[in-house]
Design a protein around this ligand. Structure first.
Ligand SMILES: Cc1cc2nc3c(=O)[nH]c(=O)nc-3n(C[C@H](O)[C@H](O)[C@H](O)COP(=O)(O)OP(=O)(O)OC[C@H]3O[C@@H](n4cnc5c(N)ncnc54)[C@H](O)[C@@H]3O)c2cc1C
Length: 376
């Protein structure tokens, strides 16, 4: 099979790029290893700057109609401390990745992109000068341009020799959905900081055929936290609840969905090169923002859209160096987000965490502004 552009990964950044390219008349093929709908580790807190893009793709009204939750307030608490609360300087949506990712892939397909689900890419070779050959266990594909939208960590990063892949994983993520009475979390995201990590709680849309919203619990922690809990994340959650009355209050009346929590691949935070050996990257593959910012999903969506212009210009034969043009577009979009996402990290996962409670509300408001594009 051939395509002008082959995108590896059909989640947020991949679907957003595919939709933008297809709308510009480009022949685009997306290979996605999973079959949608599927859950994905995430805080599911979708920042406001992505909403106009979702509207342009025709999915925003559908997400709201399915019950995506509106959030405009926050609470921050340190284990054992009193929570601080405030208003976010913008309004966000809270929606499951199963619903969001499926809606985006459908929108990209409607725009003309081809998707092949259940297709894990295992091989990738070639160049922009000679064209690429991409393989899955079942098939081989040819393309002029290949874009990696495979997220924060993939064996393909190792094949391309990307430096972070060879270093030990500093962090991992996990997630659990909960059901039950959640009125106390209405309109609010609750962030709970503990030794070696933090977790976020927010309401998301009801499960298919149900009326009551569910609650998503998404967490980021060091591997030592998992070791202390003997790699039993249910035990870890029990331990965190026992240490934090504020967390116990937020989880009151909620039951965890059956089954073990979803656990992520290694999480390496920070900016990365936007291309390697002529393969372009978008979304998390091009750089991972700290999840506390709640901007990773919005950034991934906008990163996919921003890649469409240089790729379309290259295909139209306009002179220019595609990896360099793509890198410039991605850096313009990122602005100072990566810097600020790192600068505030010690308040959540370092010694400065003890200052979280007294200064939480003004700090969180400032941090939220600085990690969004209007501030860059
Ligand atoms: C614990 C945690 C909490 C977070 N909370 C939030 C939050 O509340 N708000 C927020 O905005 N962001 C949050 N994020 C960040 C957010 O999840 C990411 O920024 C976002 O998912 C990036 O989107 P993406 O499309 O680039 O990659 P991904 O969403 O990771 O998608 C990559 C896709 O590529 C596919 N894929 C991978 N390898 C292959 C392959 N070889 N072949 C084919 N397909 C492949 C995968 O199946 C997947 O569908 C959080 C992250 C973590 C770790």
């Amino acid at each position: 099979m051939r395509a002008e552009v082959l995108v590896v990964g059909g989640s947020l950044s991949g679907a957003s790029l595919a939709a933008s390219l297809a709308r510009a008349g480009v022949d685009v093929l997306v290979l996605e290893k999973a079959r949608f709908p599927r859950e994905k580790i995430c805080g599911e807190f979708l920042s406001h700057e992505a909403l106009p893009l979702l509207d342009r793709l025709g999915v925003l009204d559908g997400l709201r109609a399915r019950g995506a939750e509106r959030i405009s307030g926050f609470r921050v608490a340190r284990a054992g401390g009193t929570p601080a609360a405030g208003r976010l300087p913008f309004e966000v949506l809270s929606v499951s990745r199963a619903l969001l990712d499926t809606a985006l892939a459908e929108a990209a397909e409607k725009a003309g992109a081809r998707f092949v689900f259940g297709s894990p890419v295992t091989g990738l070779e070639g160049s922009l000068a000679e064209g690429f050959r991409v393989t899955t266990p079942k098939s081989a594909f040819e393309a002029r341009v290949v874009v990696g939208a495979w997220g924060r960590y993939s064996p393909l990063d190792g094949r391309l020799g990307r430096a972070f892949y060879a270093t030990p994983a500093p962090l991992f993520g996990f997630k659990k959905h909960l059901r039950g009475a959640s009125a106390h979390l209405k309109d609010t995201v609750a962030l709970h900081v503990f030794a070696g990590g933090y977790l976020g709680l927010s309401r998301i849309e009801p499960a298919e055929g149900e009326k009551e919203p569910r609650v998503n619990l998404g967490a980021l922690a060091t591997p030592e936290v998992a070791t202390r809990a003997h790699h039993n994340l249910d035990e870890l959650l029990d331990d965190l609840v026992a240490r934090s009355p504020a967390l116990a209050r937020d989880l009151e009346g909620l039951q965890r969905e059956p089954g073990p929590p979803l656990v992520s691949e290694p999480v390496h935070l920070g900016a990365r090169d936007a291309s390697e050996r002529d393969v372009l990257f978008v979304g998390d593959a091009a750089g991972v923002l700290d999840p506390w910012t709640g901007t990773g999903m919005a950034h991934a969506l906008l990163s996919g859209e921003a890649a469409a212009e240089p790729v379309t210009a290259f295909l139209a034969g306009r002179p220019g160096d595609l990896p360099a043009e793509h890198g410039r577009a991605q850096r313009r979009l990122a602005g100072s987000r990566f810097f600020w996402s790192r600068a505030f990290r010690p308040f959540l996962m370092g010694r400065a965490a003890r200052f979280v409670v007294p200064a939480a509300a003004p700090l969180a408001t400032l941090a939220a502004r600085l990690t969004r594009p209007s501030a860059s």
